[in-house]
Design a protein around this ligand. Structure first.
Ligand code: ADP
Ligand code: ZN
Length: 515
């Protein structure tokens, strides 16, 4: 009852959400916990309630000072004694107060937590520490999409605070990342709570586009329609240049749009953020710098203009819409050129492991773009959750019934041609061969002498590409990334198909073809 009354007294809620109560109970028992729950599911409460019940301080490690400030302010308004400490502060009062146990909840940056002297911890331990929460815990893992070196140092804290329960919280974690979190924090038999990642009210859609003015017009038309329906929209772009161009086009079309990116001055960014929260603009066009700490409940649409760098970040960014549970849309527009960005993303890597992790994540995002099966199932299974149905009824692939047709002949031509060309090109060259091109690269390699040359004239380049993507997504063709160059070759499944393809005995290969 104490738990419910505390929840009511400080937060005004009468019931706990799924998992919250059991997590709080485990923490109060002194057990380490790993909490993996979707954005908006109420993770913060899990570490905010225990200090109010136990009368001991909760330490919360959080990556962003602005985020900590927001949370501290919100907690103070609820009558909870909260403060934050970072290495940037010169005011030592807060640290002194903290040390003597005057706060219920103390936020710290990871640097600060590793930097304060052991005497700080021993004094605070004497008055009581009920938990150490590591928020955005995926930042610990090089396999995560947001690795931070400072997070890696947090194991030191574990050594100082041996008997204090550690709680790792994250909205996105694959199996590997989960293990990294529990290992790095040296968790002892942690209680693991994994909520469902299924955001039922979100519609997922993907569209392949050609970048350029035509598409921008289409985007403007779509957003105008959304803007009149109420609610906010975020358009995530992959570059600052795109942010500027899209913002200009939207404003030119009379849509109230603001922008946010890392090259803007702090003040301008804050102002932009504020005007979005206060509904002074309907649309925020932003890079992913616009992210953590957006707690606006009525974002109705999140549009990605360009393939995101990972499915983790896609899930997190798109997950900012529909926090209030109302039906909302997540659209991803990609162009084939986006897939050449691997090099750019790998530039952030500081080790070979990390480079591979970035590459794998990016490939998963590319697959998401190209697959023709249920988007929700793809997303959930990526995060290790089983989704029994193959039709969620709330994504483009499930709602746009695609007619399947027998593509055996065309698949035979494309896969055969890819094999005949040696299997070390991208999709473009074999398609050009099929379409009878005599470009230099083709004649030089004598691909114009192949029996496949010119057999695919009846279909456009894009048509063949679309078939190629399908064959990749169904595993007939295998895409390999070497450095930043992508090659496509016939995989075992495709080879089996080619072998069984005699003129009199063809197993039909049914594929949904859209373009
Ligand atoms: P997360 O950290 O998982 O993204 P938050 O902790 O920010 O989620 O919570 C999301 C929203 O849900 C907040 O507005 C919070 O006040 C609300 N919330 C959390 N727990 C409850 C509860 N038990 N009952 C009602 N609302 C809740
Ligand atoms: Zn679906």
């Amino acid at each position: 009852m104490k738990m419910e009354s505390t929840l009511k007294e400080y937060f005004g809620f009468s019931t706990f959400r799924p998992y919250q109560k059991e997590i709080i109970e485990k923490i109060l028992e002194g057990r380490d916990c790993l909490v993996v729950m979707a954005t908006g599911s109420g993770k913060s409460l899990c570490y905010q309630v225990p200090p109010l019940i136990s009368n001991k301080t909760a330490i919360v490690i959080s990556p962003l000072i602005s985020l900590m400030q927001d949370q501290v302010m919100a907690l103070k308004q609820r009558g909870i004694k909260a403060e934050h400490l970072s290495t940037a502060q010169t005011n030592t009062n807060a640290q002194k107060n903290a040390e003597s146990g005057q706060y219920d909840i103390l936020y710290m940056t990871p640097e600060k937590a590793c930097f304060v002297p052991n005497s700080f911890w021993s004094r605070l331990l004497a008055t009581g520490i009920c938990l150490v929460a590591v928020d955005e815990a995926h930042c610990i893992s090089e396999w995560g999409h947001d690795f931070r070196v400072e997070y890696k140092q947090l194991y030191k804290l574990r050594d100082v605070l041996q008997n204090v329960p550690f709680v790792g919280l994250t909205a996105t974690a694959t199996e590997k990342v989960r293990k990294d979190i529990t290992d790095s924090l040296k968790m002892k038999d942690p209680h693991i709570a994994i909520g469902s990642f299924d955001r039922k009210n979100l519609y997922y859609g993907v569209k392949s586009i050609n970048r350029g003015p035509l598409f921008v017009n289409e985007l403007v038309a779509q957003i105008s329609k959304y803007a009149t329906n109420g609610g906010s929209t975020i358009v995530y772009c992959t570059t600052v240049k795109d942010v500027q161009e899209i913002t200009a086009s939207l404003c030119g079309a009379g849509i109230k749009a603001g922008m946010y990116h890392g090259q803007m001055a702090n003040k301008a960014r804050e102002q932009s953020h504020r005007s979005f929260i206060r509904d002074e603009v309907d649309v925020m066009v932003a890079t992913i710098a616009f992210g953590m700490g957006i707690d606006k409940p009525d974002i109705r649409h999140v549009i990605h203009y360009g393939c995101p760098k990972s499915l983790e970040s896609y899930y997190q960014e798109s997950g900012r819409c529909g926090r209030d549970g109302v039906a909302s849309d997540c659209w991803l527009y990609f162009s084939r050129a986006d897939f050449g960005k691997a090099e750019f993303y790998c530039g952030e890597a500081s080790s070979a492991t990390q480079k591979k992790a970035i590459m794998d994540s990016f490939m998963a995002a590319q697959r998401y773009c190209m697959q023709t099966t249920c988007r929700r199932k793809i997303l959930l299974e990526y995060f290790g959750e089983t989704f029994a149905s193959s039709n969620c009824g709330n994504c483009d692939n499930c709602t746009n019934a695609k007619e399947e047709s027998d593509m055996s002949r065309e698949a035979f031509l494309l896969m055969g041609c890819i094999q005949a060309c040696g299997g070390y090109w991208g999709l473009n060259l074999p398609i050009d061969v099929l379409r009878g091109s005599r470009a230099k690269k083709i004649t030089e390699n004598q691909f114009d002498n192949l029996p496949f040359h010119g057999l695919g004239k009846d279909f456009s380049v894009n048509w063949w590409k679309s078939l190629g993507f399908q064959l990749i997504s169904f595993g007939y063709l295998v895409e390999t990334v070497k450095d930043t160059y992508r090659t496509v070759s016939v995989g075992p499944e495709g080879a089996k198909f080619l072998r069984s393809c005699r003129p009199d005995h063809q197993p039909p290969l049914l594929l949904p073809i859209t373009s």
